[in-house]
Design a protein around this ligand. Structure first.
Ligand code: BES
Ligand code: ZN
Ligand code: ZN
Length: 458
C-alpha cells in the first residue's frame, strides 16, 4: 500500500476529519469524538470522522482514522483520500491509516479488502514526516504478520532469516547469528536448555546498527522470541496454550524496530537482540528441577519449565553485555500472564533500575498510544528467587505472588548495573477482542512504535 501527501484529490472516496462545530450541517451527526458516518453525494462517498470539540488529541485522531479506514475496507474501496484539518495532524493520520488498514487473513479463501492507496490531503503537509510515519507503521504491520504467522513456519531459524534480510538492505547493520552449535559451545546454557527439546533448534540473533559511529552510546533492544510456548514439562492446559505462537511478540517488535531503523537511518546506535527458541515438550525437553549454567556463570534451578522466557532473555542479556557493551538495555517480552491481570490488555508493565529511562518510556507510550505503567522491584522479590541448590531459581518460592515482578527481578540479576527497562507485553501484544482503533484483532505489534519513539527522541 502507498501513502501520498497531496494538496487536493479527485478520488471518489473521502474521509473527512472534522470537529463538533463543523458537524452542524450534517443531518443526524453530532461530531462527538470518534463518531463516524458515511454519506453519498453524487459520485462521492464521504466518510465523516469526528474528533470532538478540538483537533489536538492524537489518541482520538488515531482511533477515529483507523476506524474510518475499516469502514472504507468494508466498502471494498481501493483508494481513499483523507482530508485533514491541520498540517500538524498529517503524520499521526498517515500512521493511523496504515495501522487500521490491516487484518490477518492469508489463510482465507477470500481475504478482506484493503486499501492500496491512501492520500493525505491538506495544505503545507511535510511530506517527510508522512513518509517516516508510514515507514514506522509498516514496520508495525511487519511485526504483526510475524506474530500472527503459524508457529510451524515462524521458527527460530526463520527469525534469523528475517534478520539477515533486514541487515542485507542496510550497510550500517552488522549481523551475528549464533546457531545451536555455537549456543552450546559458547555456554548459553539457559537458551540451550529451553530450545533443545524441539526439532527447530534455538538461535541468538544480534543486529548491530551503527548510525552514529562517533558516539560510545548504544541501546540494546532485546526481544523474547519463543516461537511456541507449550510450557514444556509444566505443560500449559487448554485455554492457555492456543495463542502461544504469539510468544515471540518481543522478537517481532525488535525485528520491526530494526527494519524501520534500516530505512530511517537515524544517527543513533542500536543493537537488536533476539534470543529465539521453541519451548517444546518431548524426550529431549529440559526437566523441571534440573539446574543449568547461564552464559555469565550463574546457575539456575528450573522449578517451572513454563517460566522459560526469562531464561532465554537472561542469556541474551549477558551475551550482549559481554560482547557489545551497550550503555542502556530495554527488553520486551510476553513474559507473564499476571501482567494481564494487573494492567489488562491495553497497558504494558515496565520495570526499571533507571528513573529517567522509565519516565521517558512512559512519555513515549503516551505519545504513540502504547501506554506503559511502572511496577516495583523490591528486596523481598530478589529474596524470593534464592535457590536451595543453585544461585537462583526461575520462579518465586512464595506462591501466588507478584509473578510479573519476580520475573523482572530474575532479569535484573543478569542486567547488573547497566541502565535497563523491562517491558512485559504479555497483555498488550495480542488482542483477543475485536479490532479497536489502531489495534486489530490478534497481533498488535505493540512495542515497535513505543521503542522507536523513545530511540528517535534521543
Ligand atoms: N509466555 C508465557 C506468558 C504469557 C501468558 C504470555 C499469557 C501471553 C499470554 C510465559 O512463558 C509463562 O508461561 N509465564 C508463566 C510464569 C509462571 C510459570 C511463573 C505465567 O505467567 O503463568
Ligand atoms: Zn511459558
Ligand atoms: Zn513464554
Amino acid at each position: 500500500m502507498e501513502v501520498i501527501a497531496k494538496i487536493e484529490s479527485n478520488l471518489p472516496t473521502k474521509i473527512k476529519l472534522l470537529i463538533e462545530s463543523e458537524a452542524k450541517d450534517i443531518p443526524d451527526f453530532e461530531g462527538k469524538a470518534k463518531e463516524i458516518t458515511t454519506r453519498y453525494q453524487n459520485d462521492e462517498t464521504i466518510i465523516y470522522a469526528a474528533l470532538g470539540e478540538k483537533d489536538d488529541d492524537n489518541e482520538i485522531t488515531r482511533t477515529v482514522v483507523a476506524n474510518a479506514i475499516r469502514v472504507a475496507n468494508r466498502l471494498k474501496r481501493e483508494a481513499v483520500a483523507i482530508e485533514i484539518r491541520d498540517a500538524k495532524q498529517a503524520a499521526v493520520v498517515a500512521e493511523a491509516a496504515v495501522l487500521g488498514n490491516y487484518s490477518y487473513d492469508v489463510h482465507k479463501k477470500e481475504p478482506a479488502s484493503k486499501l492500496q492507496t491512501i492520500e493525505i490531503i491538506g495544505k503545507d503537509i511535510d511530506a517527510t514526516s508522512v513518509e517516516n510515519a508510514t515507514i514506522i507503521a509498516k514496520a508495525t504491520l511487519y511485526s504483526r504478520d510475524l506474530i500472527n504467522g503459524n508457529a510451524g513456519d515462524i521458527i527460530p531459524a526463520r527469525l534469523a532469516e528475517e534478520a539477515r534480510e533486514i541487515a542485507k538492505g542496510c550497510s550500517d547493520i552488522a549481523l551475528e547469528i549464533l546457531t545451536e552449535k555455537e549456543i552450546q559451545k559458547k555456554g548459553l546454557g539457559l537458551l540451550w536448555a529451553v530450545g533443545k527439546g524441539s526439532t527447530t533448534l534455538p538461535r541468538l540473533i544480534l543486529m548491530n546498527y551503527k548510525g552514529d559511529p562517533s558516539s560510545e552510546e548504544s541501546v540494546a533492544v532485546v526481544g523474547k522470541g519463543v516461537t511456541f510456548d507449550t510450557g514444556g514439562m509444566n505443560l500449559k492446559p487448554s485455554g492457555s496454550i492456543e495463542t502461544m505462537r504469539s510468544d515471540m511478540g518481543g522478537a517481532a517488535a525488535t525485528l520491526g524496530i530494526m527494519k524501520a531503523l534500516a530505512t530511517l537511518k537515524p544517527k543513533i546506535n542500536v543493537i537488536g537482540v533476539v534470543p529465539s527458541a521453541c519451548n517444546a515438550i518431548g524426550p529431549e525437553a529440559y526437566y523441571t528441577g534440573d539446574v543449568f549454567t547461564s552464559y555469565n556463570g550463574t546457575t539456575v534451578e528450573v522449578l517451572n519449565t513454563d517460566a522459560e522466557g526469562r531464561l532465554i532473555l537472561a542469556d541474551a542479556i549477558s551475551y550482549c553485555k559481554e560482547n557489545y557493551k551497550p550503555t542502556e538495555m530495554i527488553d520486551m517480552a510476553t513474559l507473564t500472564g499476571a501482567v494481564l491481570i494487573a494492567l489488562g490488555d491495553t497497558v504494558a508493565g515496565i520495570f526499571s533500575n533507571d528513573d529517567t529511562m522509565a519516565k521517558e518510556l512512559f512519555e513515549s507510550g503516551e505519545n504513540v498510544g502504547e501506554p506503559v505503567w511502572q511496577l516495583p522491584i523490591r528486596e523481598e522479590h530478589r529474596e524470593w528467587l534464592k535457590s536451595d541448590i543453585a544461585d537462583i531459581q526461575n520462579i518465586s518460592k512464595v506462591k501466588r505472588s507478584a509473578s510479573s515482578i519476580t520475573a523482572a527481578a530474575f532479569l535484573e540479576h543478569f542486567v547488573e548495573d547497566t541502565p535497563w527497562t523491562h517491558i512485559d507485553i504479555a497483555g498488550t501484544s495480542w488482542n483477543d477482542r475485536e479490532a479497536r482503533g489502531i489495534f486489530p484483532k490478534h497481533a498488535s505489534g505493540f512495542g515497535v512504535r513505543l521503542i522507536l519513539d523513545y530511540l528517535l527522541n534521543k
